[in-house]
Structure formats: structure tokens, C-alpha cells
Design a protein around this ligand. Structure first.
Ligand code: PEP
Ligand code: MN
Length: 349
């Protein structure tokens, strides 16, 4: 159950509503939306009904939420979550493009690619410093050094950076350097890690587990939200299916409009991991945009044959440039704005 306060409620009225929830034996969780403050009633709520709040002033509406995810449910924040990073507003502020290499391999490689994606209109630089690899013999990432390289790239290009935290030990370090913490598919149900993320005041990109249902995914988001961190984005990155001959995963674009009805959290599509092959990335990025995603995250590498991870799915800068032109052209047709800083700073020859 959620209690939506009137925009003009007083502090006393909010306090009375909170005290009423506590008196009924449930826990109030306050959500600060842009237009409304909402109190989510958490815990044993079967015996509680909207009538319990009938005599209180300052309340606009009381709504029952039957879903197990209470804070992530659309009704908890009908206007949608907005996540602000610098001059970006993710969620309702325009279509967002995150781009960069799969892995931070060296300072030179990262700065080269950061400049390339910035010039072509990316809003956020991606790059993994801690890599979740299927093989223990594969490149595991540069760790701390990789994060410092990303910070340098941010300083030079002005792009905020997103990087993956693999475990509790690395989380503090990633939180120190990255503007957005990525939680990878393999960690979507790492509950201790999700609880730790709930304590941070940092945007989180929560990727879908490779065989996770939408409800399991939303419950993982609920872990972070219920800890007190409301800056969560969901990222569809493909699910395991039976045919891996022509695509690495099956990008589940059904999930995009489904999530848009179920939750207020921003939805990002990752067509790079969703497909695994360069020639599939741009078509599926555009399809994700058409499906209603708030943004995309794509891997870009200028020397994909030398990439230490995910070279076959990396777009070349020229592919990325073409994709950005298509995204920009498609936006008005879909009635979608681009993020404000999407215009390239320099003209690209
Ligand atoms: C990545 O973004 O490089 C990555 C490892 O993603 P995922 O967790 O979706 O496999
Ligand atoms: Mn990758």
C-alpha cells in the first residue's frame, strides 16, 4: 500500500501519516518524487486498508499495491524516476547514450575511445575495470588503475563514467571513482551486494540476470530501493536462449514496454551483450529505442581485433557515428527528446 501526499501537505500532516503507519504495525518508507511525496507501507499490511487513513488531512490518495515489489512498482512514483548526473536527467530527461570499451585496457586506449565517443555525441563513458570473465585465464581488468584511467577520461572529456562493481571488496573503490555503478548480469541476485548498494547515494545500473524473470529482476531492484537508494536503472542485456549460433543472447525487448507499465525506474537497453555481434548492435539499439527505452549502453572499440574482451560485439567509431545519426533522426519521430548534452562538441570529419 502507498499513501500519496498532496503536493501542498504540511510537515505535520506528513508526520501524522507516518505515525499512523507505525501505529498500524508497518514500516513507512518515504519516496520523494518531483511532484509528490509518497509513503510506502512496508511489512505486514493485510489488515491495513485505505479506510485507516480516512480521517487524516494532506493525503491525496491511498493505493493498494498487490505486487511483491512495493517501492519499484509504478504506482509508487507514477511520474517516473529521474536520476540526475551533472546536466543529465536520466528517466524523463531525454534519450541517453552510454558508450565505450568493454574493458579499460590502458590509458591510451581508453582516452582514444573516450574522445571518439564524446565527439560523436555519447553522454556517458562506459568501461570495465573489474571484469566478470567466464574463464579465470581471461583478462580480469586493471582494477584500481582502470578506475583511475576512467577518472582521467572523465576529466578530459567531461563525460560521466559507468563501471562495474563485482564484489563487496571492490564496491567502495568503484563508488569512489564512477558516477554510475554497474551491477552485472552475474551479480543481479548477489543479495549482500544489493544491500550494500542500498546504502549508497549513487546511481546504479542493474543488469538483468541471464536467466532472470522480470519479477526476480524487480525484486533485486527492490533490495536496493528498500535500503534507501532510489537511483536505480534497469538494463536489459539479453537472456539465455536455445540458439546461440547467430546471437550470443536473446535481447528481450518485450521487457522494455513491460517494465514501463510495471515500474517507474528508467530502462536502458544493452544491444552489445544482447546480441554479441557487431552487425546486430545498431539495429537492436534502434529497436530498443523504438520499444521505449530511456537509453542504450553500447560497446565501442577502435581496434576491436586487439580488444582484451568482447571485440566481436564492439562497434567501430564509424559505426557508432552512423548509429548516433540514426538515433538523433529517430528521436523526433518517436516523440523522444535527446539528452541536452548530446550535440557533439567538435565536428567529426
Ligand atoms: C559488460 O557490460 O561488460 C558486462 C560484463 O555485462 P553483463 O553483466 O551484461 O554480461
Ligand atoms: Mn562486455
Amino acid at each position: 500500500m502507498i499513501i500519496i501526499m498532496k503536493p501542498a501537505h504540511t510537515d505535520d500532516q506528513l508526520r501524522e501519516a507516518i505515525e499512523k503507519v507505525e501505529a498500524l504495525g508497518a514500516a513507512p518508507h518515504i519516496i520523494h518524487g518531483d511532484t509528490h511525496i509518497t509513503i510506502s507501507v512496508i511489512g505486514e499490511t493485510k489488515h491495513i486498508g485505505p479506510e485507516d487513513f480516512a480521517g487524516l488531512l494532506g493525503i491525496e490518495r491511498v493505493v493498494r499495491i498487490s505486487k511483491p515489489y512495493k517501492l519499484a512498482a509504478r504506482a509508487a512514483k507514477p511520474e517516473g524516476t529521474k536520476i540526475r548526473i551533472g546536466n543529465l536527467t536520466i528517466g524523463t530527461g531525454g534519450f541517453l547514450v552510454m558508450a565505450g570499451p568493454c574493458s579499460v585496457e590502458s590509458e591510451e586506449q581508453t582516452l582514444r575511445i573516450a574522445r571518439a565517443v564524446k565527439e560523436r555525441g555519447a553522454h556517458v563513458l562506459r568501461g570495465g575495470a573489474f571484469k566478470p570473465r567466464s574463464s579465470p585465464y581471461a583478462f580480469q581488468g586493471l582494477g584500481d588503475e582502470g578506475l583511475q584511467i576512467l577518472a582521467k577520461a572523465r576529466e578530459e572529456t567531461g563525460l560521466p563514467v559507468i563501471s562495474e562493481a563485482l564484489d563487496m571488496q571492490g564496491l567502495e573503490l568503484v563508488a569512489k571513482y564512477a558516477d554510475i555503478i554497474q551491477i552485472g548480469a552475474r551479480n543481479m541476485q548477489n543479495f549482500p551486494l544489493l544491500k550494500a548498494l542500498g546504502k549508497l547515494n549513487k546511481p546504479i545500473l542493474l543488469k538483468r540476470g541471464m536467466s532472470a524473470t522480470i519479477e526476480e529482476w524487480l525484486m533485486s531492484a527492490e533490495y536496493i530501493l528498500s535500503g534507501g537508494n532510489d537511483k536505480v536503472m534497469l538494463c536489459e542485456r539479453g537472456i539465455r536462449s536455445f540458439d546461440t549460433q547467430y546471437s550470443r543472447n536473446s535481447l528481450d525487448l518485450n521487457a522494455v514496454p513491460i517494465l514501463k507499465t510495471l515500474t517507474h525506474l528508467p530502462v536502458i537497453v544493452d544491444p552489445s551483450h544482447g546480441t554479441g555481434f557487431r552487425h546486430l548492435v545498431s539495429p537492436m539499439a534502434l529497436a530498443g529505442m523504438a520499444a521505449g527505452a530511456d537509453g542504450i549502453i553500447v560497446e565501442v572499440h577502435d581496434r576491436p581485433d586487439e580488444a582484451l574482451s568482447d571485440g566481436p560485439q564492439a562497434l567501430l567509431p564509424s559505426d557508432f557515428e552512423t548509429l548516433m545519426k540514426k538515433v538523433t533522426n529517430m528521436a523526433p519521430i518517436l516523440g523522444v527528446e535527446m539528452q541536452a548534452s548530446s550535440k557533439p562538441k567538435k565536428n567529426v570529419a
